[in-house]
Design a protein around this ligand. Sequence first.
Ligand SMILES: Cc1cc2nc3c(=O)[nH]c(=O)nc-3n(C[C@H](O)[C@H](O)[C@H](O)COP(=O)(O)OP(=O)(O)OC[C@H]3O[C@@H](n4cnc5c(N)ncnc54)[C@H](O)[C@@H]3O)c2cc1C
Length: 424
Amino acid sequence: MMIFWCLIMNYSGFKIFWEGLTGNKGWKKAWREPNPKKEYDVIIIGGGGHGLSTAYYLSNRFNVNNVAVLEKGWLGSGNIGRNTTIIRSNYLLPENQPFYELSLKLWENLENDTNYNSMVSQRGVLNLFHSDGQRDAFVRRGNAMILSGADANLLNENELKKMCPYLDYQNARFPIKGALLQKRGGTVRHDAVAWGYARGADVKGVDIIQNCEVEGFIIKNGKCVGVETNKGIIKAKKIASCVAGSSSKLMSKAGIRLPIESHVLQAFVSEGLKPVLDNVITFGAGHFYVSQSDKGGLVFGGDIDGYNSYAQRGNLPVVEDVCEGGMAIMPMIGRARLLRMWGGIMDMSMDGSPFIDKTHINGLYFNGGWCYGGFKATPASGYCYAHLLAKDEPHPVARDFKLDRFIKGKIIDEKGQGAQPNLH
Ligand SMILES: Cc1cc2nc3c(=O)[nH]c(=O)nc-3n(C[C@H](O)[C@H](O)[C@H](O)COP(=O)(O)OP(=O)(O)OC[C@H]3O[C@@H](n4cnc5c(N)ncnc54)[C@H](O)[C@@H]3O)c2cc1C
C-alpha cells in the first residue's frame, strides 16, 4: 500500500527513484493547460509570484475555487523568475513590519504547505553599517523589528569579522563598523515558488491560462464585469490586477492613473565558485547586495537604471556602478568573471511601499507598487490579496496599503527619501 501511495504521489523520493529506473515516463504535468471558461468568480491578471500566490491562498485558505489566472507569457517570465531571491522582514515602520513578518512566517512553512522544494534557505541577511549615525539608525530598526516579533542582532566589527573575514575592513573607502543581522532572512529558489504555488492552485481547480494577455476591461455602469483578452472575452464577478511592472499600462485601460513609475532593475551572476559566502550581505554606503547560489554563482545587484522603461534589459553604466559597489566592500569579487545579467521591470511607487486595495471601480482590485522588494512579499501579498478578494475587507497587516494614501497624506516612506521612486 505504502509503495503504491509513493508511486502515485508527486515528487516523493521513492517516485523519483522509480522514475529513474523506468525512463521517466510516469511524470504528470504539474498543472493543466485549460481553455478559458466563459465566466469565473475571480480573474487574477498576471501569473507572477503574487498572482499565483493569490490564486493559491484563495483556493486553499478561502475556498474560492472558480478562479482563473491569466498570464500573457509563461509562468515565471516576469520578475518572479528575475529577482535576486532575497527574503527578510527587517523593516522599520509599523505599516510595513507586521506585513513582512507575516510573509517571513509563511516562507518558513512554504515547503510544507505546498509540498514543493522551494529551497528556502534561512542563511541570514547582514546589513553593513559604516558610521556611528548609521549604527544608531540600525539599532532603532532592530528594536522596531524585535518589538513586532521579528529577530534582529547587532554585530560589532569583531563579531562581523568572524562571520565574514573576506570583507575589506582595512582599506575600505567606507570602513565597515558592524552589521544588523536578521538570521531568519535568506534566499529562496524564485521560480520554484511560482511552480509550487501554481501546482497547489491547479489541484484545487484554479485555471492557469498562459499566453493570455488582458487587453482591456469591460466596465458597465461603474462595475467591472470582465476582461478582453487575445483569447476572447472572459467575464468575472471580481477582477484582480497583479501585473507588477506593467501595472500602469494595464490600469490605464480602465482609466486609472497610478502613483507608480516603471523602471529597470538588473541582476548579475558570476561564474560558479567554491562556497565563499554563506549569507546575504548588503552594503550600507552604496547600493550593492550579494549572496551565493547553490550552483556557486555570486548573485548580486544594486540600483535601478534611473529612467522609465518597459525593456527587460539594462544599461552598461549601472553594471559598472554595481561592480564598483562590490569592489568597495569585497575586493575579491574582482577576481570573478561575470557570467550573465538581465533586467526586470519594477513597479516603483512614490513612497516605496505597495498597494493591496480595491479601486474606485466596483469589482476591480489592484495589487502592485512592490518596487524591488516584492519577492520577499510574495506569500503575504497573495494571502492578503486573497483575504481582500474573498471578504472584501483588507487583512489587518495590509490595511495601510491603500491607493488613496497620497491624497490623505498617509504615505509609508520606509527610507525617508520623499516622493522619489528612483531612490526607493
Ligand atoms: C533584478 C531584480 C532583482 C530583484 N531582487 C529582489 C530581491 O532580492 N528580493 C525581493 O524581495 N524582491 C526582489 N525583486 C522584486 C521582485 O522580483 C518583484 O517585486 C516581484 O516579483 C513582483 O511581483 P510578481 O512576482 O507578481 O511579478 P511578475 O513575475 O513580474 O508578474 C507579473 C506578471 O504579469 C504578467 N502580465 C503583465 N501584463 C499582463 C497582461 N496585460 N495580461 C496578462 N498578464 C500580464 C507578466 O507577464 C508577469 O508574468 C527583484 C526584481 C528584479 C527585476
